[in-house]
Design a protein around this ligand. Sequence first.
Ligand code: SF4
Length: 474
Amino acid sequence: MKEECGIFGVIGLKDAANFVALGLHALQHRGQEAGGIVAHDPEQGFNNARRFGYVRDNFTSHKVMETLPGPLAIGHVRYSTAGSKGQTSIRDVQPFFGEFSMGGAAIAHNGNITNADALRRELTDRGSIFQSSSDSECILHLMARSLQRNIPERMEDALRRVEGAFSVVAMTRTKLIGVRDPLGVRPLVLGKLGDGYALSSETCALDIVGAEFVREIEPGEMVVITDKGVDSSSPFRKRKSRFCIFEHVYFSRPDSILGGRSVYETREAIGRELAKESPVEADLVCPVPDSGTPAAIGYSLQSGIPYAMGIIRNQYMGRTFIEPTEQIRNMGVRLKLNVNRALIKDKRVILVDDSVVRGTTSRKIKEMILDAGAKEVHFRIASPPTAWPCFYGVDTPQREKLLAATMSEDEMRDHLQVDSLKFISLDGLYRAVGETNGRDPKSPQYCDACFSGEYPVEPADMIQKGFQMKTAAE
Ligand code: SF4
């Protein structure tokens, strides 16, 4: 599973683009493929820079940053969840910009529009000319067709037509705008930064620029920020929120706060639940770094089995290094992770990982641990089996490629050839995120569709393409 996108915006500070670059750098875990910044300066108007690769490689040079002056800027880091997946062209890199009769506007979108195909068909039939293959561009075209008088109202109009998951940061010449879809699937937070404000996917990016966390943007809320302050409205039909529970397990950074809870503490609680649900006799608890680390600590604290860094991650692994040749690509996991042999030899090892998707990485890690002389390998997984794809902004393989879609837990254990394999239960995960009574099956508190197959928004485009929803018998 690959993270989706990260968005960040700043208003009211000199050279806002510099703060946006720092914010995007802190959100790099949400998308490493490309990034972009749009800035507005009263004298020089709108400017933008969009690049492939890491923020640190593109938005640190004076040469680039001096082309982005002004007190208002937004930015986006991208992993391709929609659009030209696997072969992104620069025209798919956000933010997108449009010139309207009342002035320009730029938008950066995190999430996935589940009726984008239908909208695109309708818009192109009526004369819209798309510049990219990204679903997010639909929002700009819907805004262009709206009859409302100002850009925030046009945006409201446009987003009422959009289904699925969206957290959006947008800007005009004088306004920074933040919106979350009615279910609040993807995160968006507000921060105070000196005399200005910041909007960010996660609180960790507010910390980096020295902004004070004010609050989360509520599901279904729109904020319009100007030099006069923050104006909030609720333009959408009220619905029960369904935040992505996987943000707690994996996507968000452990130093972020989600729903008033520290992501790190939640992950540690997941490890504790896992230890209660699925104990096993062993000598060591080791995380699969980095996202399995807090859950492994929780498992160790709960079980009393010592925690150890049995697998070491190469922190300097870059995408570019693995790309050049097929031979190097095939080395895959070993380039990223290495076993700490001295710790592992002759030990019964519990490996704690965040998820099992295709199972290929888990199998290679197990082989590395056995090669290093481990006596037993027990996998404990900090999420329930991922049996369904995500259509709300996370890149998941097709359903038939998900190991849990075709195998039971025992079959997966045999397939991975490990001594035991246990996933946290869905109720256990809900308890760890603070729902003491577990999941409410009649009205689930979170989106958990990739585990349960119960999609809070019907994935219309995918059904049109033949995707089979869960049947009553399943
Ligand atoms: S399907 Fe899974 S990954 Fe996607 S939004 Fe829902 S919980 Fe998150």
